[in-house]
Design a protein around this ligand. Structure first.
Ligand code: SAT
Ligand code: MN
Length: 610
């Protein structure tokens, strides 16, 4: 008789970390996989896993002439995005989850999910993935271990995180780590044939902030299953950050160098599918300016000894929205992808073994769409899902800044908040001070996108672009932001300046007022000028807005009237926001910092004074 799977896995365990061994044992006993595999992150392992995934029909290997070592994946059509309705913050006290999260008591959630996990890996392999968010060389490396029964998740985690044998070694015998348990929830009976994308119609994405645990069930999609990403690096990390005095944010990080060689680092919070990746990889259209990428989705920000706020990108890959990414909108992303080593999910497969999606450029005459059906430009349907994604190593980005590798991070000069708004919000506004900037972030609004299941195009408040990612009470989170504004030594001059941007404003005919993409460098240039005490602005009730002459619009081809419309502060439109903001703030009751009510009152008074 062969040994049971659990003991087989443990006998081969390449670690003597007793807490990890005990947990792996416990999960294997509960989920009863056929075998346990400790992921080492090697090239051989990648080869084996991707071969297996190709054989299972989950992946299709792309033609190496186009995309070496790269794959096309199609999910179950019901498993295409984050499921916010099924995402839970299971704090001990319900008040700690706050009004913006779903809550269930930790005991009850564990009971419910334990029942689901029982036997859920039957017929499958259980993988143990040691990973670290941020460099392994950090002073206190941020370890995690994900247990999953999905080889697609293992392959994706290899791209998105630093993981494998080196990390396990770095954990030694007793390092703390975030316990991240994932199952697709699709056990196989003996002899039962598998499907290319197994998943369950029952889904839970649960977080236990006090014990720093993540339990995910039922989905194989990125944000639900790559637990180092949103679950750890935002929801759990935001709780750690609150406790320890730092910030875990949904932000890109970029380095901008002026023609004179002056460097500024800018972080920007935008909701999912609102252009963070494009901005982080921007090719400036203004002469002499240079942008380099540090991160495109997540920033961990801590105060340095010098009192400045330093941002680190904890990820190792890019998990970008495919549609809209093309040679004219984001050439650096295209160059990154052409180097291969990538997984493309829910895009179209061309007949010559490459990928295609809307916004890439000329469509192929024929392709296989994300649902596996024949597709032509006349199909009348999109070839790719609106939330289809590329998953690619960040070190392939041709403009990756050297500082990306520095565990210390980069000192942030400016923080941008932005959303998708057709009306009201001007192209760029500078906050009056830190607290006003926090108010801007706390009231950030955006039209919903395909990145989450549900209706698209509805305006919702998305504070700091973190609505789906704050791991605790959002009222406490605002207070934490206010506290951070005190800095380490009360020197406000060292804090980043805060700006609110909107690339998505439209005219009365529905046409975008601003061309966006590389042209956003013109806005960044004005921001840099403001940081340096130059750059003309008018003080408006909502903050400082550039004068029409202050923006460098040379060669842009917009009329002065068009620029003025993009920058316009319409008093009536802003008055119309006030009741919505009042209603939003009321949600938080006593938890809303009084200074934010004071900001709203001051805004109302300034608008009334117009
Ligand atoms: O699906 S992810 O959460 O990883 C990406 C996003 O929605 O921002
Ligand atoms: Mn994101």
């Amino acid at each position: 008789m062969t040994a049971p799977a659990t003991s087989r896995g443990l006998a081969q365990a390449p670690t003597s970390h007793s807490k990890l061994l005990a947990w792996v044992h416990e999960v294997a006993e509960l989920t009863t996989p056929d075998q346990v595999v400790w992921v080492d992150g090697s090239d051989e392992e990648w080869q084996r896993l991707t071969d297996e995934l190709v054989a299972a029909g989950t992946l299709v290997r792309l033609d190496p002439e186009h995309k070496p070592n790269s794959f096309w994946a199609r999910t179950d059509p019901t498993d295409v995005a984050r499921v916010e309705e099924r995402t839970f913050i299971c704090s001990v006290d319900e008040a700690d989850a706050g009004p913006t999260n779903n809550w269930m008591a930790p005991d009850e959630m564990k009971r419910t999910m334990t029942a689901l996990y029982r036997g859920c890996m039957r017929g499958r392999t259980m993988y143990v993935i040691p990973f670290v968010m941020g460099p392994l060389e950090a002073e206190s490396p941020m370890f995690g271990v994900e247990i999953t029964d999905s080889a697609y998740v293992v392959a994706s985690m290899r791209i998105m995180t630093r993981m494998g044998a080196k990390v396990l070694e770095g954990m030694g015998d007793d390092a703390d780590f975030v316990h991240a348990l994932h199952s697709i929830g699709a056990p196989l009976a003996p002899g039962e044939a598998d499907v290319p994308w197994p998943c369950s119609q029952t889904k839970y994405i649960s977080h236990f902030p006090e014990t720093r645990e993540i339990w995910s069930y039922g989905s194989g999609y990125g944000g639900n299953s790559l637990l180092g990403k949103k679950c750890y690096s935002l929801r759990i990390a935001s709780v750690m950050a609150r406790d320890e005095g730092w910030l875990a944010e949904h932000m890109l990080i970029l380095k901008m160098t002026s023609p004179e060689g002056k460097v500024h680092y800018i972080a920007g919070a935008f909701p999912s599918a609102c252009g963070k990746t494009n901005l982080a990889m921007l090719e400036p259209t203004i002469a002499g300016w240079k942008v380099e990428t540090v991160g495109d989705d997540i920033a961990w920000m801590r105060f340095g000894d010098d009192g400045r706020l330093y941002a680190l990108n904890p990820e190792f890959g890019l998990f970008g929205v495919a549609p809209g990414t093309g040679w004219t909108t984001n050439a650096n992303a295209m160059r990154t992808l052409d180097r291969g080593n990538s997984v493309f999910t829910n895009v179209a497969l061309t007949d010559d073994g490459d990928v295609w999606w809307e916004g890439m450029g000329e469509p192929p005459a024929h392709a296989t769409d994300w649902k596996g059906a024949d597709w032509t430009p006349d199909s009348g349907e999109l070839s790719s899902h609106g939330n289809s994604r590329f998953c690619t190593p960040i070190n392939q980005c041709p403009i990756l800044a050297d500082e990306y590798h520095d565990p210390k991070g980069v000192p942030i000069d400016a923080i941008l908040f932005g959303g998708r708004r057709k009306t009201t919000v001007p192209l760029v506004t500078e906050a009056r001070d830190w607290v006003h900037g926090v108010y801007m972030g706390a009231t950030l609004s955006s039209e919903t996108t395909a990145a989450a299941a549900g209706q698209v195009g509805v305006v919702r408040r998305d504070p700091m672009a973190m609505l789906p990612f704050i791991g605790y009470n959002a009222g406490d989170y605002f207070q934490h932001w206010i506290e951070m504004g005190k800095g380490v030594d009360g020197d406000a001059a060292k804090l980043p300046k805060i700006f609110y941007v909107n690339w998505f404003r439209r005219d009365d005919d529905g046409k975008f007022l601003w061309p966006g993409f590389g042209e956003n460098s013109r806005v960044l240039k004005w921001i840099v000028e403001r940081l340096e005490g130059r750059g003309a602005a008018v003080e408006t009730p909502i903050g400082y807005v550039p004068t029409a002459d202050a923006l460098d619009v040379e060669g842009l081809g917009l009329t002065r009237a068009e620029i003025e419309t993009a920058l316009k502060v319409d008093i009536d439109e802003w008055r119309a926001e006030l009741p919505q903001i009042t209603e939003w703030f009321e949600k938080f009751g006593d938890k809303l910092p009084a200074v934010l009510w004071a900001e709203l009152d001051a805004l109302r008074a300034r608008l009334d004074g117009q």
